[in-house]
Ligand binder design. Structure first.
Ligand code: CTP
Length: 406
């Protein structure tokens, strides 16, 4: 049986980040997508037509006047499985939000009935301007996914939000949005907070008490939530992974840092998922200078104090309608311990996985039972951490109150 290649229209508007999109295009074509690149006229000042044509293997046009007999201004949008615009400039977002149709790309955006993703890139001032904010809000309301730009070095000496996310991460967004297809962006209009990684509790300037969490499951939750249309805040403790495209990443070191960051982000969140391994204890005495070994003597014992339980605090403080999800790593009596923990921490859902030396930590796959406060139990067979993440979001989405109609 042959199935046709997924058709992607890759819109490119006139930002210097266009050069990074060559890498996104290469990833799309190499993974079996049929990609038609539709640049704006000015985008070609940054990367020329031959580059897009050679990398895509398809003809490239910017105007509605080429090949009129094939009615390209309608055909491309109608036939696409995904329209992905990267970089999306402030001007392109404005034209799209206002329904202008003055070139092939904006015509394609009007005729597309498939998922549409915009990956904006511009200077921070332009991104934060009320006109751009309003245009982004309009596009999101109409069902488009507008990926939050990354923060960091911009063209010139500026730094701030406005960078195009890493092309490999943009590819992940495209792949996931395509895979979801008609399942759609059920988290559109929602703010979700995900914690990931493992906290480190400092002993002295060079040592800490830590744990083996890699952050892979939390990052998978963030990536899948972006692809389902959510605004995502990812509170990351000591994770050595690339930032997921579209998520706002807030770094946290210790449990106390994480508590502050999570509680602050949770203020307006529709859901909070605590996938991080938070240390239960921290050393009581932090030494400003490195602890030296005492010549010939015995080492000093380390006294520990209890850390705040962030998940329990979220359960106590939750605002109406907020869905709280915890994770539990158990080695024995997995289900009984999970049920007790779910009740103790007043969560709506608890993802329980069995851990051992060779299970879960740092592995790309995971298996779990997801317990619900309503008595439900959902078994997720061993598979990619993203697959588990999608089941978590399915269960969260089913528990969210409907969005207010405007
Ligand atoms: N958690 C938290 N704050 C802590 C400890 C844990 O928010 N100080 C969260 C974790 O992010 C996870 C859940 O609580 O979502 C379960 O963590 P776990 O350490 O397994 O739970 P404990 O209540 O500490 O139970 P025990 O150590 O007895 O297994």
């Amino acid at each position: 049986m042959t199935s046709r290649k997924p058709r992607v229209v890759l819109g490119v508007s006139a930002g210097i980040a266009a050069y990074k999109v060559c890498e996104l295009l290469r990833r799309l074509t190499e993974s079996g997508h049929d990609v038609t690149v539709v640049p704006t006229e000015d985008a070609l000042r940054f990367v020329g037509e031959p580059t897009w044509a050679a990398l895509s293997g398809n003809p490239v046009s910017t105007a509605v006047w080429d090949g009129v007999a094939q009615v390209p201004h309608v055909r491309l949008g109608q036939g696409a499985d995904l329209v992905f615009v990267a970089p999306a400039t402030a001007d392109l977002l404005a034209r799209a939000a206002h329904g202008l149709a003055d070139d092939l790309l904006t015509n394609t955006l009007l005729t597309a009935r498939c998922p549409v993703v915009f990956a904006p890139a511009m200077h921070t001032e332009m991104w934060e301007h009320p006109a751009t904010r309003a245009n982004v809000a309009t596009l999101r309301e109409r069902g488009a996914i507008v990926v939050e730009p990354a923060s960091g070095r911009l063209t010139g000496k500026d730094t701030g939000p406005g960078r195009l996310p890493d092309p490999a991460e943009l590819f992940e967004v495209a792949r996931r949005v395509l895979a979801r297809g008609s399942a759609g962006h059920d988290l559109a209009g929602r703010h979700v907070v995900v914690s990931a990684g493992g906290t480190r509790e400092p002993l002295d300037p060079v040592r800490f008490l830590g744990n083996r969490s890699s952050g892979l499951q939390g990052y998978a939750l963030a990536r899948t939530a972006v692809a389902r249309g959510a605004r995502v805040t990812l509170v990351a403790a000591n994770v050595a992974l690339p930032d997921p495209a579209g998520a706002r990443v807030v770094p946290a070191g210790s449990a106390e840092d994480m508590r502050k960051a999570v509680l602050e982000a949770a203020g307006d969140a529709d859901a909070v998922v605590m996938a991080a391994a938070v240390a239960d204890f921290r050393p009581v005495d932090y030494r400003d200078s490195k602890i030296k070994k005492t010549e010939g003597g015995e080492p000093e014992p380390i006294r520990l104090a209890k850390n705040p339980d962030i998940l329990a605090e979220l359960g106590e403080r939750r605002r109406a309608g907020q869905v709280i999800v915890g994770f539990a790593a158990e080695t024995d009596d997995v289900l009984a311990n999970g049920r007790a923990k779910l009740a103790r921490k007043r969560s709506d859902l608890l993802v329980v996985n069995q851990v051992g030396a060779d299970l879960t930590f740092g592995r790309p796959d995971n298996a779990a039972v997801i317990l619900g406060a309503d008595g439900s139990s959902t078994e997720v067979e061993r598979g990619a951490k993203e697959a588990l993440a999608d089941v978590v979001w399915d269960l969260v989405a089913a528990r969210l109150d409907p969005l207010p109609a405007d």
